[in-house]
Ligand binder design. Structure first.
Ligand code: SF4
Ligand code: SF4
Length: 86
């Protein structure tokens, strides 16, 4: 029974696409610090503005809480709920 419920929860879990815009990110890493699910990591990738940008490492952990959208001072994060077939 518990296994069936667990399967149902997993099946109904919403998935999100998470993106960091390399043109806007200034590498402040607020998203790394404040995402409660640890979706972002620091990276060695240099963005267009000359800063090492944040990287989306674990998008499957995103719950869609939108904390990253609130904390990013440069509007560099975008999240989008994935629809079936995405
Ligand atoms: S909070 Fe925004 S600007 Fe700062 S590292 Fe994350 S994506 Fe880049
Ligand atoms: S929406 Fe929430 S869980 Fe998803 S990446 Fe942003 S802060 Fe993390």
């Amino acid at each position: 029974m518990a296994t069936t419920r667990a399967r149902s929860v997993l099946k109904n879990k919403k998935l999100y696409k998470v993106k960091v815009d390399e043109k806007l990110c200034k590498g402040c890493y607020f998203c790394v610090k404040f995402c409660p699910m640890g979706v972002f990591v620091r990276s060695d990738i240099m963005g267009d503005l000359g800063y090492n940008i944040a990287q989306v490492k674990f998008p499957e952990k995103c719950t869609g809480c939108k904390a990253c959208l609130l904390y990013c001072p440069d509007l560099a994060v975008a999240i989008e709920e994935q629809k079936d077939g995405d």
